[in-house]
Design a protein around this ligand. Sequence first.
Ligand SMILES: Cc1cc2nc3c(=O)[nH]c(=O)nc-3n(C[C@H](O)[C@H](O)[C@H](O)COP(=O)(O)O)c2cc1C
Length: 167
Amino acid sequence: MLTETISPDLFRAALSRWASGVTVVTTTDADGRSHGFTASAFSSVSLDPALVLVCLDNRANCFDAFDQSEGFVIHLLAQGQEGLAGKFASKGADKFAGTDVRLSERGLPLLPGALARLECRTERRIPGGDHLILIGEVHHADQGDGEPLVYYQRGFHELIPAGASLA
Ligand SMILES: Cc1cc2nc3c(=O)[nH]c(=O)nc-3n(C[C@H](O)[C@H](O)[C@H](O)COP(=O)(O)O)c2cc1C
């Protein structure tokens, strides 16, 4: 039986070599309060039905809101939204202050400026170690124009097409 485990530092260092997009995930609690967090642990899961997933740290302040909510919105961030990503990654911040938040028909917070928004019904929650895997069925999506915000080696980057000159 394999009992060997990797050191957390080595695991983090290896994962930092994975380039991803950046999302902000929002929901509303039973009292109508908005919650949200920045997430790079996002993936499509299934085309039919339309399923996606996002992983939420069990220690997040917004954990209970997402654990109990019937739905959430995943915002795929655009270049230039680094500030929004930083705000929604800051504990204790008034994350929605100064942002033009609208509520969807189902009462979920919609942020402007994203490359795409996926409004989801919570289909399943699966414990995944120190994170909770939220699987959502996408029932509404919209998209805008622009380039994606990229996260790589603990920093934000812009997308450059392969072969393009850096000069
Ligand atoms: C680029 C980036 C990606 C992140 N990805 C995740 C993620 O996938 N899941 C997660 O739980 N936290 C992630 N975080 C950290 C959370 O956004 C942060 O801890 C947030 O403040 C948690 O919400 P809370 O303020 O309600 O505790 C990420 C942070 C950054 C800057």
